[in-house]
Structure formats: C-alpha cells, structure tokens
Design a protein around this ligand. Structure first.
Ligand code: GAP
Length: 513
C-alpha cells in the first residue's frame, strides 16, 4: 500500500477509535490544533511517564520542574526569539498557497535521498547475499550522481541560510525548478521572514498593557530557574532539569496532522555541565536518547541521526533523531549543545549573576548546557505510525491492530464475559473491580467475542480476558495476547502478576537503565 494511503488511514483510525479529534470540529476546525480523545490522552500520559521516569527517576542528578507558560517578555529578547525565531516563507502566485522555503528545499533533498535508497534496495534484490552495500554506494553511477547533487544543493542552501540571504534561497528554488505541488508552477513570490511567536497583552488597561508571548519552547523556563533549582536542590554539576509542557508556534505551514502543530507539547531536559565537557555529554545524550527510542521495540531500521549543517544561533553542535514516518524520515527529537549562550544572555539582560561556584575547582563560571528536546505529539505520532498494522488472518479477514508497546497502551486489559447470562457478567465485574486498581481496564459485554477482540486490537489493548462457563467452576479465565492472538487458561489469582510483568512501565525502564 502507498505510504500516503497508510498515513490517511492512520489519521482516520485516530478519529474513529478515540485518539485524536480536530480542535473545534463542529465549527469546521482550527488549523493545526488538535484535541486528544479518551484513548489518546491515556497513550499521551503513558509516553510522558516513560520519558519523565527515564529522566527524573532513573537519574539521581536530574530533577523536574513545571514553569509557567507566561514569562517576562525580556526573556524572549535575551533568548533571541524576538529577533530571530523566524521561518522563511514563500507564496506560489498561481495557487496562492504558502510554503516554508527551507522545507521546499529540504523536501527536494529528501527525494534525492529516497532515490539513492531505492537504488540500494534494487542492488540488494539483484545481488542477494553477495551484495557489498558500502562498495555499491561508493561506485554506483546513479547513487553518485544523486549524492553529488545533494552535496551541491546542501552547500548552497547552508551558505544562504548562514548569510540570511533570502534572495539566494528563492534562487535555489527557481534553479532547482521546485514547483508548487498544487498549481505545478514555479511562479514564486519573494522569500520573507515570519516570526513564529504568538503574542498577547498582560494587564487590564489597553495602553499600559505589556506585550507578552506564549512560550515557543519550554527550555527558557528551565534556564531562568536554573540557579533556584541548583541552590534549593543543592545540585552539583553535572546536573539536569527536566520539564514537560505546552509550547506555541504560529507555524506557517501546518500540515501532516499532529506532526507540525501550533499548540503542542515538549519534553525538554537541560543538562548543565562544566565548560569544555559539553561534547562528551552531547555524545552521551545522543546515545542515551536513541536507546530510549529503540527500547520501544519498533523497527530499529526506522531511526537515524541527522547532524545539523547549519547551527542555531545558540548551538555549537546539534543532531536530530529522525524516524521514518509514512511521509519519510523526519525529526522527532533534537539534541543540542547550547554552550553558555542562554544563561549568559539572561545574566546580561536581567543583571543577575547566574554563575555556578565549583567546589572542586574553586572557580565561578556560567555552565554549558546540553539539551534534549522531544515533541510529545510527534512521539505520539511516531507510536501510532509504528504500531498501526493491517494483518491478513488465516480466514482471509483483515484485522487492524495497534501493536503499541504494552506499557504505553491506553487500555491494558479488556474484561469480557462470554455471554450476558449465567452470572458471567457478575464474575467479570468482580475480576475487573480488583484489577482496575492497578491497570486501566475496560469492561465489554456487547457483540460477539470475536468483534470485541477486534475492537480491542484496534485501540492496542495488549490483553483480553474472557470469563466463560469454566470460570464459574474453577476460577480460571482465558488470557488472549493481542499480538499472537494466542489464548491461555490462567487462574484468576495469577492474573495480577502476569499482567504486571508485561504492562508495567518498569519493563521499559529496565531497558534504558
Ligand atoms: N528547545 C529547543 C527546541 O525547541 P526545536 O527543534 O525547535 O528545539 C524541539 O523543537 C522538538 O519539538 C522537535 O524535535 C519536535 O519534536 C517538537 N516540535 C517543534 N515544533 C513543533 C510543532 N510545530 N509541532 C509539533 N512538535 C514540534
């Protein structure tokens, strides 16, 4: 099936099974703003817990905070967001559609990369076991041609970005003959910069009111609290501060469902280190974060690092962890070595010292920072994209199943009486009342057992237990596994231990220890 079709199915599935709704749907929606529905919010909370526990619980030197969304407006001048948090936008004069100029060029490069991968796949198919991929990539004329082209475009693009040369960015688009996907023409306007921050007014009297901003990243709430946390927590370098919270960006082009939203959530951790040790920690956090992703057990081939050629104004090194979404490899998380840029800027703008006294060296200095920053909504989309499967069964039927890692699944267990008679519902309720204290359970008695299994598969419930005639005689139930569809007879008294071993978040945390 074409990847586009799969993506459309995932979006439709998200709505049909109560994961995500368009915000303000009955008013025809609000662009790039979404609501999490009954199953979505559970999955989202579980992802948050996996992240939070991996950071704050597993690391003695990382603590969490929850800072306010509104902050002093000077913060955004200090951080560079008022002056430089811009995206270059371009309009097609025929379709009147607006695009991010940088994304048009990045997508063009992405297509060349896809061509290379297709060529490699052809090679694997043709030569089988004897295929030497490294040699193939170094010698195949089609691969080399596309690689040279990528390097040329990238070089030109990076120097245009570094020089903030908007005319050159437009020239690249024209020279590469990048057409508007809607009109198919290359009739482009000039490229303009567009600031992504939302502003509003604080105060009741219009004239006196201050312009303040909805935070475009959670990180600044950490920076401005760094010394408070360090002192009150008696933290010693290296140490980290983690935060999960909403961020807001007035994205010019917000497509691809929850991939690029105007209101979204970030899970960020700023790790404060001695100057000069930042590269070591940057490498370490890259490795740690990739391990966190891979522990979920999705196809390991679908992750890769992308090193930034053009660095943000605050960074001396940066990489993204990319995941292969149905629309290609895209960023899920960024790991940035942010130097002492932010703390030094806040020190200057606030007039308050933000130095750390190092008892080992007896010196005062502004720490350097390595940041890990992951979009919660993107992580949610990653989970759905990786988990969504359409499987052909032996009887020819297709079952749609979300193979969500059990620890993240919204519902852990469905309790199903085989029929509504003979006291089976009462027994099922009794079991559920006990287990719901520990697990998110669902009780269902409507429709055939087969249809109920399918509904649970579709929301990713890892286990179903069925209460039948035998249960009433010997206190056993059948436990059905979502992935294998195998059923086992289990004593009711053993259910807690069996389930706990499989669905507890501990199963994931052990992998990242
Ligand atoms: N503090 C650094 C920072 O904010 P970023 O690369 O701009 O860096 C970090 O954002 C992560 O936040 C991204 O990797 C992505 O997962 C998520 N993110 C950024 N913009 C987003 C948007 N408009 N919608 C959803 N997620 C977004």
């Amino acid at each position: 099936m074409a990847q586009d079709d799969i993506f459309k199915k995932i979006i439709a599935h998200s709505k049909e099974y109560g994961f995500i709704f368009q915000s303000s749907e009955i008013y025809d929606g609000l662009g790039a703003v979404y609501d999490y529905a009954q199953n979505g919010v559970e999955l989202k909370n579980n992802i948050k817990k996996y992240w939070w526990d991996s950071m704050v619980k597993l690391n003695e030197n990382i603590v969490g905070i929850d800072s306010a969304i509104f902050m002093h407006p000077e913060i955004w001048k200090a951080s560079g967001h008022v002056g430089a948090f811009n995206d270059p936008l371009i309009d097609n004069k025929d379709s009147k559609k607006r695009y991010r100029a940088d994304v048009l060029i990045e997508d063009y490069i992405g297509k060349l990369e896809e061509k290379i991968e297709k060529e490699v796949k052809k090679g694997i198919k043709k030569f089988g076991e004897s295929f030497d991929e490294e040699q193939f990539r170094a010698t195949n004329p089609n691969v080399l041609r596309n690689k040279t082209k990528i390097d040329e475009v990238q070089k030109r693009f990076v120097s245009a970005l570094e020089a903030n040369d908007l005319d050159e960015i437009r020239n690249i688009i024209i020279d590469l003959k990048i057409n508007c996907p809607m009109s198919g023409t290359c009739n482009w306007t000039e490229v303009r910069q567009f600031n992504l921050m939302f502003d509003t007014k604080l105060g009741s009297v219009a004239d006196d009111a201050n312009t303040i901003y909805l935070r475009p990243e959670t990180a600044q709430g950490i920076f401005v609290n760094y010394l408070n946390v360090q002192k009150t927590g008696r933290m010693k370098l290296p140490f980290g501060i983690a935060q999960i919270g909403k961020a807001f960006r007035n994205e010019i082009v917000a497509r691809q469902f929850i991939f690029r939203m105007r209101e979204f959530e970030q899970m960020e951790m700023q790790f404060f280190v001695r100057p000069g040790e930042e590269m070591e920690w940057y490498e370490k956090w890259m490795e740690t974060r990739l391990k966190w992703h891979k522990a979920l057990g999705f196809d390991q081939e679908n992750y890769r690092f992308h090193k930034h050629d053009k660095l943000a104004h605050y960074a001396n090194a940066a990489s993204d962890i990319e995941f292969k979404f149905p629309f290609g490899f895209k960023e899920v998380e960024g790991i940035h070595s942010r130097t002492d840029f932010d703390l030094s800027q806040h020190q200057e703008h606030s007039g308050k010292k933000l130095q750390y006294f190092d008892p080992e060296t007896n010196k005062n200095y502004v720490p350097y920072v390595v940041e890990t920053s992951i979009g919660l909504d993107r992580m949610f989309l990653l989970t759905l994209s990786a988990a969504y499967k359409e499987e052909k069964l032996d009887n020819g039927e297709i079952r749609v199943v979300l193979r969500i890692p059990p620890a993240l699944a919204p519902v852990k267990l469905a309790v199903l009486p085989l029929t509504k008679k003979d006291g089976m519902p009462d027994k099922a309720r009794e079991i559920m009342n006990e287990l719901k204290l520990d697990f998110n359970c669902q009780y269902e008695e409507k429709d055939s057992i087969g249809r109920r299994y399918r509904r649970q598969d579709a929301i990713g419930t890892p286990y179903c237990i069925t209460v039948d005639h035998q249960t009433l005689e010997d206190n056993t139930v059948t436990l059905r596994d979502r992935d294998t569809m195998a059923q086992e007879r289990i004593a009711i008294e053993d259910l807690y231990d069996i389930l706990n071993n499989k669905v507890n978040i501990k199963t994931l945390l052990k992998e990242v220890l």
